[in-house]
Design a protein around this ligand. Structure first.
Ligand code: EPZ
Length: 418
């Protein structure tokens, strides 16, 4: 298994071009199952997760060809509607083929994705939503079997709690349902807006995306389209925090500052300067960060996907801060690894009390999940000595050319193939 060797102490300076968003790319790729004549996605990041989704789509009859950051998807040949465990277990987001398969073919068999490091990751809200559109859903031998022989019927879908993935699944399903659907208490993330805009380009009739109620008037078929994946706000936020923790200056390009308001507010409170000029964001830090309390929340609140990275910054703050994680039940896997580097953090349920220290020290540490891994990279960039980060396959799931982008800003980081 590959590992990363990182020597801390360099203030990062330079420019980083932000890639397309992983969490937009995956649902957008699933819509290829619905496009009668295929589709093209630009700005599609090259990640382990997008490779896995291409593998699943090929299994389901949609071949794809990548040329740089553009991927062309052929129209589905045949109606394979079973997403098998050996593919789904590698990536939970495989569940996002449920809505498209059900909408297009009236049938879908998708293996239950199983949990992961950050939580049990149930799909009950996905199932509830499909049943609300008239599907008959049963669980068989670890698979979700959904059927709607006469097609899905539009209707009201009311979510008891906000779910990004379930919102995406039901949005795709409702696009081809008979009649109108009102999706209530849905996620408002930018990735939802991007998905809706792509579906509209394919002929879907959708309004309200970005608010907590989306209205969909079903159509009989979706045509092809060419769509550019929205910029990755989590990647951008991660590199903004790399500038902050190393007290350097990084300019992010091809970024969407409007998607990062909650992070930038916390960074400003911590003493970090953020200058916005269109799609260019310059982040400058010249002093030790001040402590800032954060609580994760669905968009537009503080993103749970930036919680670990912000906590890394707080480990070297000039005081004590509190990090509250409200979205996932086990998203503090980075804490014991940060502690190995000298961080002083007490966890109590979904709350972490972070007492800032003057200096972190390098140590061998272990990546456990995607965002915990990158928080260890941030800590290593400022720790004294050389940190070894094991199990970097977690990182490769969600960051396109991470060490290349950081090295270009002066980071001493290299990959050892294992
Ligand atoms: C998406 O996961 C993202 N993944 C996650 O990013 C992100 O952390 C999460 O949204 C929240 O923003 C992708 O977009 C591929 P949820 P998702 O459904 O859709 C519970 C990363 O690091 N829930 O909004 O799975 C769930 O357990 C990844 O890039 C149910 O109870 O998240 C969680 O506690 C990690 N039943 C909460 O809702 C369900 O049926 C929010 O989950 C579904 C979810």
């Amino acid at each position: 298994m590959d590992k990363l060797l990182i020597t801390g102490g360099t203030a990062l300076k330079g420019e980083i071009a932000i890639s397309g968003a992983k969490n937009a790319a995956l649902p957008l790729m699933a819509t290829a199952l619905m496009a009668e004549e295929g589709m093209v996605l630009d700005n599609l990041p090259s990640l382990a997760d997008t490779d896995c989704m291409c593998e699943l789509l090929a299994h389901l009859g949609v071949e794809s060809v990548r040329e740089g950051d553009t991927v062309s998807f052929a129209s589905a040949r045949g109606a394979e509607t079973d997403a098998p465990y050996e593919i789904v277990r590698k990536m939970r987001a495989s569940v996002l083929v449920l809505g498209p398969l059900l909408a297009r073919y009236g049938r879908a068999r998708v293996s239950l994705p199983g949990g992961c490091a950050i939580g049990s990751r149930p799909v009950d809200l996905h199932i509830m939503a499909m049943e609300a559109l008239g599907a008959k859903v049963t669980l068989e031998e670890g698979d979700v079997l959904a059927e709607a022989a006469g097609g899905l019927i539009g209707g009201d879908v009311v979510f008891p709690t906000v779910s990004v993935g379930a919102t995406e699944n039901v949005l795709m399903a409702a696009a081809l349902a008979k009649g109108t659907s009102r999706l209530i208490n849905v996620a408002r993330e930018p990735e939802i807006i991007d998905l809706a805009e792509c579906l509209i380009a394919m002929g879907a009739k959708i309004s309200g995306q970005g608010t907590d109620v989306i209205e969909v008037e079903g159509v009989t078929a979706l045509t092809s389209c060419r769509h550019a994946v929205v910029a990755d706000r989590i990647e951008a936020g991660t590199f903004a925090l790399a500038a902050a923790i190393t007290q350097g200056q990084i300019t992010l390009t091809h970024a969407r500052a409007d998607h990062l308001a909650s992070l930038f507010a916390a960074m400003a409170a911590s003493g970090v300067q953020v200058e916005i000029d269109g799609d260019r964001i310059t982040v400058t830090a010249t002093e030790r960060p001040r402590p800032v309390d954060i609580t994760t929340d669905p968009y537009p609140g503080f993103p749970t996907d930036l919680q670990a990275q912000f906590m890394a910054l707080m480990t070297v703050a000039s005081g004590t801060s509190q990090v509250a994680e409200t979205i996932f039940e086990n998203r503090f896997m980075h804490v014991p690894e940060l502690a190995r580097m000298g961080a002083n953090i007490q966890v109590n349920g979904g709350h972490a009390l972070v007492r800032g220290v003057e200096q972190l020290t390098a140590a061998p540490v272990m990546a456990t999940d995607l965002r915990a891994s990158v928080s260890l990279v941030l800590a290593a960039l400022v720790a004294e000595g050389e940190t070894t980060l094991q199990r970097v396959y977690h990182l490769d799931r969600g960051y396109d050319r991470l060490e290349e982008k950081l090295s270009a800003c002066g980071a001493k980081i290299r990959r050892v193939r294992g």
